[in-house]
Write a protein that binds this ligand. Structure first.
Ligand SMILES: *Cc1c(COP(=O)(O)O)cnc(C)c1O
Length: 409
């Protein structure tokens, strides 16, 4: 979102008010140019090694976003059969999709393997099952839990000792025993530390652990370091320095490959880094309540459409795009759901009037994909702005979408 010369906010030259006029409110809007820029930034940072991006698509599974990713050479990481099918519908070959389950029923793993996906094995029981079922006939990756604590908050840390994810690195002898007993073809090791990790240090720490562990597996082709890079949430925010991270990790990766005796592929699975900043939730102010305690701004959306502030305490920058440069006032920006769904507390905005369009930033990742029908509200439409023009990529829901699965109609 840029402030243009005539002091109006625009996404590739299109104003939020034009978008709402055409597509209704509230509205998810994604800037394809931002996605392209983020992908290029990651590719450049790792241009000296054989690096592949596997977009963790739980962040945003709109088919048009998946197709855009495919066009620019990004492959997929999925966590469910539904995401796998969406990847296929977006035109991905099964072989370009990695399934990284977390304690799922084994039949889901079977279906994915048989459809041609590569699977990240995340527990000893699954490894046993994989060995018993496939012996050495199917390749797999193993998700290692390196016992490193990093991430923006406890709910999004996934690699500390207490985390449910992956197989503890402390169980390495047991892993090798199962692998050798069945002759399992382990072609990659994987780890994902968590989300919103700013510094290079935790990535280096887990990379070193994974490289050390990798030396125990002779047939590797891939080392997958997961996702979790921190993005910018507000002007002046500290973010992962991708260039620095690229230099440091690439250096270590090359040293590891030399010791290992073979050139391997380095994989990353970012979600947020690729799509968070591309997305905006456009909302319309319904009521401005001047309460003795504080001023409330109610908008025509709530935790049903964007739950991150309530679930994680996430910060989403908010712009009053209808009143740029207006007098500043302090507000609580709240939703219309019958729960306390506060998007922002004590937030300074240019004066908000009923009907003003408020835009929430960083809505491209874990926005629509985490939305619900709570309070029997419809999900909003989604629009992709790319190469200077806007396109509806998902229509707004109606009562039919809400009732579609119910009996007794
Ligand atoms: C969610 C997830 C990611 C992406 O995390 P981000 O913080 O969005 O980059 C990567 N890998 C796995 C296995 C995940 O579950």
């Amino acid at each position: 979102m840029q402030l243009s010369e005539n002091n109006t906010y625009q996404i590739q030259g299109i104003s939020p008010s034009e978008l709402i006029e055409t597509y209704g409110s509230p509205l998810y809007v994604y800037d394809g140019g931002t996605i392209r820029r983020k992908v290029a930034e990651l590719q450049e940072a790792f241009s000296s090694v054989n690096m592949k991006i596997k977009y963790a698509c739980k962040a945003n599974t709109n088919l048009s976003i998946l197709r855009l990713m495919r066009e620019i050479g990004v492959e997929l990481d999925v966590v469910s059969p539904g995401e796998f099918e969406m990847g296929r519908l977006a035109g991905y070959d099964a072989g370009q999709i990695t399934f990284t389950p977390s304690g799922v029923p084994f039949h889901e793993v079977k279906e994915a393997v048989e459809a041609g996906a590569l699977v990240n094995v995340d527990s000893i029981p699954l490894l046993e099952w994989f060995g018993k079922t496939y012996g050495s006939t199917k390749p797999c990756l193993i998700r290692i839990k390196p016992n490193v604590a990093a991430g923006g908050n406890a709910k999004i840390m996934t690699a500390h000792a207490d985390s449910k994810f992956g197989i503890s690195v402390l169980l390495i002898e047991q892993i090798l025993e199962v692998v050798n007993r069945y002759g399992i073809k382990v072609i990659g090791l994987h780890q994902h530390t968590g989300s919103d990790i700013k510094d290079a240090e935790p990535f280096i720490q887990v990379a070193d652990i994974l490289f050390e562990t990798a030396k125990r597996f002779p047939d590797l082709q891939i080392v997958d370091l997961g996702g979790g890079f921190k993005v910018s949430y507000k002007p002046g925010d500290e973010i992962t320095d991708m260039h620095l991270l690229g230099t440091k990790i690439s250096e270590r990766f090359k040293k590891f490959c030399a010791e290992y005796g073979r050139e391997l592929q380095l994989w990353f699975e970012p979600g947020k880094f690729l799509v968070s900043e591309s997305g905006y939730l456009l909302t319309t102010t319904t009521v401005v309540k001047e309460d003795p305690a504080r001023n409330f701004v109610h908008v025509d959306t709530g935790l049903n459409h964007l739950i991150r502030p309530m679930m994680y305490g996430s910060y989403h920058h908010i712009l009053n795009t209808s009143n740029p440069g207006g007098t500043e006032k302090t507000y609580n920006v709240v939703g219309y759901i019958c729960e306390t769904d506060t998007f922002a507390s004590d937030r300074t905005l240019s004066e908000v009037r009923p009907g003003d369009i408020l835009v929430m930033l960083n809505a491209g990742a874990y926005g629509y994909t985490m939305s619900s029908h709570y309070n029997a509200r419809f999900r909003p439409a989604e629009v992709l702005v790319d190469h200077g023009s806007a396109k509806l990529i998902r229509r707004r829901e109606s009562l039919k979408d809400l009732l579609g699965t119910q009996d007794g109609l």
